[in-house]
Design a protein around this ligand. Structure first.
Ligand code: DAT
Ligand code: MG
Length: 151
């Protein structure tokens, strides 16, 4: 399992519901490292690119308008198996299928208001990180690792 990076985003409903700190805290406490983060208002063009794979779906227009309705917290997290583990921490797309203990399973009930996004593959993680961040916004931690988090 290689160290990898994923794109995690608190959606406008998660921001409105003041869940930003909780979501960041779960990734921090798990042992993942924050590589980039910005609080921003995405426009429809950016969101249409982000969700390009879903363009033909009936819920696509509503998804884009919801996501453009308020600020989001865009983040890049790094660490062992973080793409798959991040998806497990989020829960299922439909919160009603999400186990308690997951972010969606703990905090929401509607598929269209599921408070957080996470990349679903290495390919989408790479595309999404490049879409939301410039290379210069990805911060390198250097040799300042905490000694006792990992084996
Ligand atoms: P995920 O966000 O779990 O990767 P996805 O990529 O299939 O799920 O869809 C992106 C978002 O679109 C999802 O978080 C919520 C919304 N969505 C997906 N399926 C939906 C549906 N059947 N009805 C309404 N919104 C939906
Ligand atoms: Mg997805």
């Amino acid at each position: 399992m290689a160290t990898e990076r994923t794109y995690i985003m608190v959606k406008p409903d998660g921001v409105e519901r003041k869940l930003v700190g909780d979501i960041i805290g779960r990734f921090e406490k798990r042992g993942y490292k924050l590589v980039a983060m910005k609080f921003m208002q995405p426009d429809a063009a950016l969101l249409e690119q982000h969700y390009a794979d879903l363009k033909g779906k009936p819920f696509f227009p509503g998804l884009v308008s919801f996501m453009a309705s308020g600020p989001v917290v865009a983040m890049c997290w790094e660490g062992k198996d973080v793409i798959k583990q991040g998806r497990i921490m989020l829960g299922e797309t439909n919160p009603l299928s999400s186990a308690p203990g997951t972010i969606r399973g703990d905090y929401c009930i509607d598929i269209g208001r599921n408070i957080v996004h996470g990349s679903d593959s290495l390919d989408s993680a790479q595309k999404e990180i490049a879409l939301w961040f410039k290379d210069t916004e990805l911060v390198s931690w250097g040799p300042t690792e905490n000694k006792w988090i990992y084996e």
